[in-house]
Design a protein around this ligand. Structure first.
Ligand code: SF4
Ligand code: SF4
Length: 338
């Protein structure tokens, strides 16, 4: 088994991954050429905002061979999470409609690691939290190309892919990167409400609604509040508009099925326990109640009606100043609209 032919091993790997719902599969070489210069400049100019973990140990992040000495390649796996928008007040990004993907993905990777171990390899699985530049690695592994919105774009699944990685010592044959097929299209750049895609392939995270609604901890800067529209958690605008994304099929992963949530008015009355129970197992839970209610207030400020005022007035008295201040802003916005 240990002398398994690398091409045969790859065939088995793709088959095993496919049976776990992991598709596409690609292999990137180590060491890897990973847009390191862009990454260092992005950090230097603070475009990562409050995502301090991105700036931790950047050398290691940009050079996977430092993460696991002796690694021959990085296996990259996609997991389709696409599903149609449920159509309710306040949009949650599609990747967060169901259960958090980290555990789902890591369990699949661990299953593959068991087999890799049997064929004599030493392996390290990563999902999001590891010190890897995930999108450039996925592009190098031929999973897709990085679109002008910086998301990895696969010709079949579009951009609705969770990514998982295994650093391995097994000498799998590496894949070729895919050709960039964005062409002259600029739809993702044009639609971005906050102009966060500052140039093709360049994203200023501090301006991105995904960052503002999720990573940003404090008050939402005033110039961004109206631009956030009805985005409650994350933003898919630059993905929804991408012509490649219209071919996507609904995910087969039951864990990602969209959950039902009450209307914004009811969400705004939740205490900590109610919030934690409602979002148990969901990525939304990491926001905690104050940041989530801050976002609810912004969405109501942008799209609510006078019928939402009583619940907002109650929120404006909340002892948490983050909630109270955003509720006051929302009340003023609704009253201004008459
Ligand atoms: S996720 Fe939304 S805010 Fe961020 S770059 Fe895309 S369209 Fe712009
Ligand atoms: S919208 Fe157009 S430019 Fe943007 S990622 Fe899709 S194909 Fe590329």
């Amino acid at each position: 088994m240990k002398n398994l032919d690398p091409n045969e091993a790859k065939r088995i790997l793709v088959e095993k991954a496919g049976s776990l719902g992991l598709d596409p599969v690609g292999v990137a070489p180590v060491p890897a050429e990973l847009r390191q210069d862009y990454f260092y400049k992005w950090l230097e100019t603070d475009q990562h905002g409050e995502m301090g973990w991105m700036a931790r140990d950047p050398e290691r992040r940009a050079n996977p061979e430092q993460v696991q000495p002796g690694a021959h390649c990085i296996l990259c796996f996609g997991l389709n999470y696409y599903q149609p928008e449920p159509g309710r007040r306040g949009r949650i990004a599609k990747y967060a409609l169901g259960k958090d993907y980290h555990k789902v993905m890591i369990n699949k990777l661990k299953t593959l690691c068991k087999w890799l171990q049997e064929i004599g390899a030493t392996n390290r699985p990563y999902v999001d939290t590891g010190p890897l530049l995930e999108k450039p690695i996925a592009a190098l592994a031929g999973i897709g190309w990085q679109g002008k919105n910086t998301m990895v774009l696969n010709g079949e699944h579009g951009q609705w892919l969770f990514l998982g990685f295994i650093l391995t010592t097994f000498p799998f044959p590496v894949d070729k990167p895919q050709q960039d097929r964005c062409g002259t299209c600029t739809r993702c750049i044009d639609i971005c409400p906050t102009r966060a895609i500052t140039a093709p392939y360049q994203l200023d995270a501090r301006k991105c609604i995904s960052y503002l609604t999720i990573e940003h901890k404090g008050s939402i800067p005033l110039p961004y509040r109206r631009l956030m529209g009805d985005h409650l958690y994350g933003c898919d605008d630059c993905l929804d508009i991408c012509p490649w994304n219209k071919w996507a099929r609904k995910t087969r992963e039951a864990a990602f099925e969209a959950r039902d949530y009450p209307d914004l008015r009811e969400l705004l009355t939740m205490d900590d326990d109610a919030f934690n129970n409602l979002f148990a197992g969901s990525p939304v839970r990491r926001l905690k109640r104050p940041r989530f209610l801050r976002n609810v207030c912004i969405v109501l400020g942008n799209s609510g009606t006078r019928e939402d005022l009583p619940v907002l007035k109650k929120a404006a008295m909340d002892p948490d100043t983050l909630i109270a201040e955003h509720a006051q802003w929302a009340i003023a916005e609704i009253e201004d609209r008459g």
